[in-house]
Design a protein around this ligand. Structure first.
Ligand code: ZN
Length: 132
């Protein structure tokens, strides 16, 4: 893997870094270097607030290999406050039912453990936004 791409993936893992189009100010996530709105080059890094709301969700009862210990879990399509949609697992739900429009915020969590190499894989998840 190319060094700059690896660095970018690492950055994405701990904060929600996308891009902002310098031409029309559309916020882009995941970063793709081309604005989906106006089609021009967009390489300006933009750090998202990590806040958004649940747009839709599904609960997974039969997870893919490597995610068994987490089942059942809920995966949501989150509409970020800045506009883009992100798919991510929800966490820290407790007894709280998931609802469309529920305010959520990003947290960095362990996604799964790779038993063979003892590696932990981290990524972002979203949890209900704590009342201020
Ligand atoms: Zn644009």
């Amino acid at each position: 893997m190319e060094v700059s791409r690896h660095w970018r993936l690492r950055q994405q893992r701990y904060s929600l870094v996308g891009e902002e189009c310098p031409h029309c100010q559309v916020k882009i996530f995941p970063p793709r270097d081309v604005c989906p709105d106006c089609g021009q080059e967009a390489r300006t890094a933009y750090a998202f607030s990590g806040r958004g709301e649940v747009y839709s969700f599904i609960t997974v009862h039969t997870p893919p290999a490597g995610y068994e210990e987490a089942a059942p879990y809920t995966v949501a399509l989150v509409r970020l406050a800045e506009g883009p949609m992100v798919t991510a697992q929800l966490t820290d739900l407790g007894d709280q039912p998931v609802e469309i429009g529920m305010p959520v915020e990003m947290v960095t969590r362990r996604l799964r453990s790779d038993g063979e190499r003892g590696m932990l894989v981290y990524g972002y998840k979203f949890r209900p936004l704590l009342a201020a």
